[in-house]
Design a binder for this molecule. Structure first.
Ligand SMILES: Nc1ncnc2c1ncn2[C@@H]1O[C@H](COP(=O)(O)OP(=O)(O)OP(=O)(O)O)[C@@H](O)[C@H]1O
Length: 305
């Protein structure tokens, strides 16, 4: 569990982060979202002490990070940033092995871990381990960057706009891969983004920041359904709110018994995708693979929440 208590950072008399308190439960993803300059990066960097707080505390599993030697703290915390910063003259394997090597892992352990991570990120080890960063696509580079941050099995992974440089299709894939990997490894993650869509898709909880303060910290469903302030409502985009809400739920979750005509849809489709299919095909109910139906009335009821 990560606890931020009254965390503040002052630059030139101005609070970049202003008395922020929040808790991230073990094994959850918290996303920090807000406009440029709202303090997201500063907040993130105070957690691994790349920036020292002016006041307040960060506790990891009940221990105040200020009392830990910085190198010890950073070993437990993975850090991935936009643009990744892979070492260009090292192979993919050497890049991923950076922290395990510093920690004195044996060669055999390192080789195993590199192959395990490459497989986890759907990069064939035999093809990719000896490549140089210059021989990777943008999406592959990004995945190697996150793999490197996870290499030494950190308790916590901090990510600053990790997918910022990717186009929207690859970005969606990278996000769903990350969700998948997180649920398998159970790593606690804190991710900075300026993209509310990404914050909603990835966060178990979202912290909305403005001028150094956290205006709301809650589940995506709560933030979308009950924005705490006009600023949060504007950030969500009032006209987009319904679609974002629908994208949080799969059709399997609201299926009812019954029959409907036409091709069946996969059970893990989101309500947003089902709505698009309903509009496209002119039907008012869709059958699900494996049984049950989802109706337009049920989608309407969900979006009215
Ligand atoms: N080293 C520094 N010295 C002085 N001011 C700083 C420093 N780092 C950040 N700031 C200021 O603190 C505020 C918050 O910056 P921060 O980078 O945390 O915001 P952000 O929300 O991450 O922005 P972005 O999305 O643009 O990265 C900004 O006004 C910034 O100019």
């Amino acid at each position: 569990m990560i606890e931020l208590r009254d965390l503040t950072r002052i630059y030139d008399g101005v609070a970049a982060v202003d008395h922020v308190s929040l808790t991230v439960e073990r094994g959850q993803i918290a996303t920090l979202v807000g406009a440029s300059g709202s303090g997201k990066t500063t907040l993130l960097r105070m957690i691994n002490r790349l920036v020292e707080p002016s006041s307040g505390q960060v506790q990891i599993e009940g221990r105040d990070t200020a009392s830990m030697p910085v190198h010890q703290l950073r070993r437990r915390i993975g850090y991935a940033i936009q643009g990744v910063g892979l070492f260009p003259h090292q192979s993919v394997a050497e890049n991923i092995a950076t922290v395990p090597r510093l920690l004195g892992w044996s060669n055999a352990q390192i080789l195993d871990r590199v192959d395990e991570l490459l497989s986890l990120f759907q990069l064939d080890p035999a093809t990719f381990r000896d490549r140089r960063p210059g021989q990777l696509s943008g999406g592959q580079t990004q995945r190697v960057g996150v793999a490197r941050a996870l290499a030494a099995r950190p308790d916590l992974l901090l990510m600053d706009e990790p997918f910022g440089a990717l186009d929207s299709v690859i970005r969606a894939k990278a996000q769903s891969d990350l969700r998948d990997i997180q649920s398998r490894l159970g790593t606690t993650m804190i991710l900075v983004t300026h993209d509310i869509e990404e914050a909603v898709r990835l966060g178990d909880r979202i912290a909305v920041m403005d001028r150094g303060k956290v205006l709301q910290y809650d589940t995506p469903a709560q933030v979308l359904a009950h924005p705490a302030t006009p600023f949060v409502r504007d950030l969500i985009g009032p006209s987009e709110r319904v679609y974002r809400l629908l994208s949080l739920t799969t059709v399997a979750e609201i299926a009812i018994a019954g029959d409907a005509y036409g091709p069946a849809i996969p059970r893990d489709l989101t309500l947003r995708e089902a709505l698009a299919e309903i509009m496209r095909s002119g039907r008012d109910a869709l059958p699900l693979e494996g049984g049950g139906i989802v109706t337009l009335a049920a989608l309407r009821a969900r979006s009215a929440r």
